[in-house]
Ligand binder design. Structure first.
Ligand code: ACM
Length: 260
């Protein structure tokens, strides 16, 4: 399958404009799955909870309509991050396919000021079937917790779609280990640019990447530019968990020896 990561620089609060810009970029490169950044339609740094609430929307709202229309027209899959308005607010991502909504993920590990606006995710780490193989999602800071990727791998994910708004510099290299220790592919779509909001200045590191099940970085994008790029991968390679004749990264685990 051909997986594309879409690296963007959203204008804060301009939801409709941001959606249309990503769709234009996606239309410029054919792919079977497009992964977009975390909160890619709203921007990241809300001034306060009221502002987050005013920009959040239901999972089946206008953003879903536009991306699912694209997925239908191009017979493809899209993963995008958005601010979800449910009974509370979640930092969420959706997987949509040619026939509409496939699955929702709500960010489990909230980063810094996100805790002022969002409630931690309550869906665990679901894995969803697609015609290419099982796909799971994690969002940005979830990378720091090895349990996120491990949970997805134990549930059978062969690819982890990873919308991000990275500010710390460590993730692109750390994901090499996440892929290797789980024998899964990751596709991280990060944003670039900066935001000065809520009394805080944040710069986002770009460096979106696709890493294979052996930890090879298949592509890594610029730290500063909006870009789109794709890699051709065979997801079934992630179902082989062996690293040699006697070792298997999942079967050799010793949960009885670990502390939860
Ligand atoms: C982050 O989780 N957006 C750093």
């Amino acid at each position: 399958m051909r997986v594309a990561v879409v690296q963007t620089n959203p204008v804060f609060g301009k939801r409709q404009e941001n959606i249309e810009r990503t769709l234009d970029r996606m239309a410029s490169l054919a792919a079977d799955l497009y992964v977009l950044p975390e909160l890619c339609t709203t921007g990241y740094s809300f001034n306060d909870k009221d502002e987050a609430e005013s920009l959040a929307e239901k999972a089946d709202g206008r953003t879903f309509e536009r991306y699912s229309q694209f997925a239908h027209e191009h017979e493809t899959y899209v993963v995008y991050g958005f601010a979800e308005k449910a009974e509370v607010l979640y930092n969420a991502s959706l997987l949509v396919g040619p026939d509409g909504l496939i699955g929702l993920y709500r960010k489990v590990h909230l980063f810094d000021r996100e805790k002022l606006f969002f409630t931690p995710g309550n869906l665990g780490f679901p894995v969803y079937k697609t015609s290419f193989g099982p796909i799971g999602m994690m969002i940005c800071f979830d990378w720091l917790f090895p349990e996120s990727a491990r949970s997805l791998a134990l549930k059978g994910a062969q690819l982890i779609a990873h919308p991000a708004n990275l500010v710390l510099p460590y993730c692109p290299d750390a994901l090499v280990t996440r892929c290797l220790e789980n024998h899964v592919f990751t596709a991280t779509a990060d944003r670039v640019g900066s935001e000065q909001r809520g009394g805080v200045s944040l710069s986002f590191i770009g460096s979106s990447e696709i890493v294979d099940q052996n930890g090879n970085v298949l592509l890594r994008l610029s730290q500063t530019e909006e870009q789109i790029a794709s890699a051709d991968i065979d997801l079934s390679q992630a179902s082989n968990k062996r690293i040699n004749e006697r070792n298997d990264v999942l079967a050799d685990r010793r949960p009885d020896q670990y502390t939860a």
